[in-house]
Design a protein around this ligand. Structure first.
Ligand code: HAM
Length: 444
């Protein structure tokens, strides 16, 4: 027996019922992004490995243990399936001189990302993000905009129970001063550090504050706070952001231990989270990354952005969002049944004539008796079946059978088909009726 193959662990098929909901969700999100002036950009899924090492940081979970990296079999180049979109987006903006040519850019992308994590509910190895990146904006106004965008989308999707956490990571020298104090503090408590923290002590001590280990919470709580090391400029930036958020009536919590898992951030960082998804509650996260573009070889360019996890948002949307947006199986306007060679040719023409005026048409393929075809038509939910057999083909006419209610079956000449069906569906309000149909008389 031939063994069936399965999808890679942690990578999911999204089947039609779900994929339709995804598309509805994406439509809403695209409209929302356009409403803020964001423009689409599409980057490759595979990038040179050093891009992520430089951007995300060598001593991060992502780069240390989660990247799908491989060597190009032909030229040995080190490549990686993108674990996130910010690095690729920044690379693309630099490579194509977007800011030099067009000034500051508001960009968005969507698509699959890959991280070799332990799969569980809400955490996958292939997952999907929609990300927004504002490149070339220095002020706290863009931070506020990026955050307020999130609040608007949750409202639009009918999602409640999403809260905002906010922190400022300050500038690189401020972080360096804090880091020194932090290492001194952690070294004093070396015995209490778990294995992970011991390993990170010198490489990435800030991440120790983010620990999920309950035994280390007290230690992390009492550690020197980055907030106490922020200079005037960082403080003013954060205060101005908070004033804008307060003005908009947004509630948030300042979380001094919010440090994010990617090294490119400075100043503002934020996460939107919910308790309704179990352990994987962060649905959207981001912040400022003023040093990244320069670090990747571009001109110094302030920037900020966020990315949201589509699987997590969709899980929330499904259970508590606006039910009317959730996809239902689409119902065709018309289902065309046909039997016989000439009838089949007329059926193809009839279906095309109706698609020409914008109707959704399911043309029966695969033969079978009229009875079984009509059963399928009924099951599709369509209001009308077109019936085409030898008689109809001979007279170039089409049978129209209402499947809902008690209307009578009728026959119309091919030339009158589009107008008649549109009239039956829309009561004569369909503007495009007749468009493109006149050229064909349908005769077979
Ligand atoms: P991130 O926090 O690594 O940030 O990911 C952003 C979001 O992607 C998370 O909040 C979560 O919703 C989703 N996500 C991450 N990993 C997984 C996973 N394994 N399975 C399911 N969902 C996941 C970034 O990626 C940054 N590039 C965000 C950003 C954009 N910062 C500035 N601009």
């Amino acid at each position: 027996m031939i063994q069936t193959l399965q999808a890679v662990r942690g990578m999911n098929d999204i089947l039609p019922d779900d994929a339709e909901t995804w598309e509805n969700f994406e439509d809403i999100v695209r409209d929302w992004l356009k409403g803020y002036g964001y423009r689409p950009v599409r980057m490759p899924i595979v990038e040179p490995t050093p891009l992520f090492c430089r951007a995300i940081g060598e001593v991060t979970d992502i780069v240390e243990k989660e990247m799908y990296s491989f060597e190009d079999a032909l030229n040995g180049e080190k490549l990686t399936l993108r674990p996130e979109g910010t690095a690729g987006c920044a690379r693309a903006a630099i490579q194509h001189n977007l800011m030099a040519a067009g000034g500051p850019q508001r960009l968005y992308y969507q698509g699959p990302m890959f991280r070799h994590e332990r799969p569980q509910k809400g955490r996958y190895r292939q997952f999907h993000q929609i990300g927004a990146e504002a490149l070339g904006f220095a002020g706290p106004d863009i931070d506020a905009e990026l955050i307020l965008m999130g609040a608007r989308l949750w409202g639009q999707l009918g999602l409640t129970d999403i809260r905002l956490e906010l922190n400022s990571l300050g500038s690189a020298p401020e972080r360096a001063a804090h880091r020194e104090a932090l290492i001194t503090y952690l070294e004093r408590h070396r015995d209490e550090l778990d294995e992970d923290a011991q390993r990170r002590l010198h490489a990435n001590p800030l991440r120790i504050l983010d620990t999920k280990n309950p035994a280390m919470q007290e230690l992390a709580d009492a550690a020197p706070k980055l907030a106490d090391y922020l200079g005037d400029e960082s403080r003013a930036h954060f205060d101005a952001l908070r004033a804008l958020l307060d003005d908009a009536g947004l509630t948030y919590r300042i979380n001094h231990r919010l440090v994010r898992g990617l090294d490119y951030y400075n100043c503002t960082v934020f996460e939107w989270m919910t308790d309704r998804l179990g352990g994987q509650g962060t649905v959207c996260a981001g912040g400022r990354y003023d040093g990244l573009l320069e670090q990747l070889g571009g001109k110094p360019t302030p920037a900020a952005g966020f990315a949201m996890g589509m699987e997590r948002l969709l899980a929330l949307w499904r259970e508590g969002g606006e039910a009317e947006y959730l996809a239902e199986r689409p119902v065709p306007d018309v289902y065309v049944v046909n039997q016989g060679e000439n009838a089949q040719r007329l059926a193809f023409r009839a279906a095309e004539a109706l698609r020409e005026i914008g109707l959704d048409v399911l043309l029966h393929c695969g033969g079978g008796s009229f009875k079984s075809q009509l059963k399928k038509a009924d099951a599709s939910g369509t209001p009308y079946a077109l019936i085409i057999g030898d008689d109809e083909a001979a007279s170039n006419e089409i049978g129209i059978k209402p499947l809902r209610g008690d209307g009578a079956q009728r026959r119309v000449p091919f030339a009158a088909l589009a107008e008649t069906v549109a009239d039956m569906l829309y009561g004569g309000e369909h503007e495009d009726v007749g468009a493109g149909q006149g050229a064909q008389d349908g005769s077979v």
